[in-house]
Write a protein that binds this ligand. Sequence first.
Ligand SMILES: Nc1ncnc2c1ncn2[C@@H]1O[C@H](COP(=O)(O)OP(=O)(O)OP(=O)(O)O)[C@@H](O)[C@H]1O
Ligand SMILES: [Mg+2]
Length: 341
Amino acid sequence: MSTRPDQSATAEGVSIAGAPPPLAAKEVSVVYRTRGDFGRRTARHALNRTSIEVNYGELVALVGESGSGKSTLSKVLLDLASPSAGEVAYHGKALNTLTRTEMRAYRNEVQVVFQDPAASLNPRQRIWKCLASVLELRGVRSQLELNEEITKLLTGVGLNPAESFARRFPHELSGGQQQRVAIARALAMKPRIVIADEPLSALDVSVQAQVLDLMIDHQKRTNAGYLLVTHDLNVVRAVADRVVVMYLGSVVEMGDAEQIFERPQHPYTRALLSSRLSIDASKRRIRDRPILTGDVPSTTAIPSGCAYHPRCPIAVERCSIDAPEPRVTGDGSSVACHLAE
Ligand SMILES: Nc1ncnc2c1ncn2[C@@H]1O[C@H](COP(=O)(O)OP(=O)(O)OP(=O)(O)O)[C@@H](O)[C@H]1O
Ligand SMILES: [Mg+2]
């Protein structure tokens, strides 16, 4: 649920009150069926009726411990994984009902930046070819135009001199430079929505800020919507407009970033944020907030009721029986906890 209910969009990215969000997952579930030890079948419940929306002009941070389903949700939004229940809607229309033209618009408008730039670039393709093949999809055909656009893109992501970088293969670039190319490739489509799944975590610390700045600059300049998956809560604090907190495949809290950091309401959010607070906040706050203890349960055996109850310091009997539905609290956040407020 958005804390900006009136923020929605036309294809040009202008907000129109009441219009559906450009990209939304509605009550999406994903179950991965795999073979475990001794060939035993296991079902991993990666997403459990998860809803999220991304609007133009906002940067949404998706946070949660490892295995909470952040990448799976990103893949579902990108149509790279199919939900077993629920749907993804583009401007209010389910992906499987889009016409070919609408599907093309969705594929052009929604772009991705993955964690590992080396794996996301074709090792046998020079950077020029990598960008040209994307620009050709946008209808840029002539050699002259392609050269001009590629120079603009590479310069835009700080790869100078562009002509020299265009001639190279991915392995001739550093990790940071490869991620800049991956970002240039995403931006080549003039995306209105960018989904970035841990785009900084494979990079050297010294270049992380530059790559982040690049994306933030693009987001602000073009009024695009960004979904940023990251473990770095200091980054979230610095750049996010809205925060979505996931635990074991469910959204447990979402709301305005300021609100979430100042007054987290779900016990899981409080515990998750305490790891960040322990390095920079007042002692009083640290005492107020429990540090996250214990391991995340397996997605093959999600606890009954509220999935967080076995680790929750304030759980009561009801929490192990009834799964809490998300509800909007007084300050506009959405929290799935029986005991919030
Ligand atoms: N391809 C797959 N096959 C089987 N199980 C999978 C697959 N991808 C993810 N899972 C399982 O789904 C659950 C959610 O995984 P996901 O990668 O979405 O989490 P995440 O929040 O992105 O974690 P991380 O922070 O480590 O990247 C996990 O239990 C994971 O083991
Ligand atoms: Mg992930």
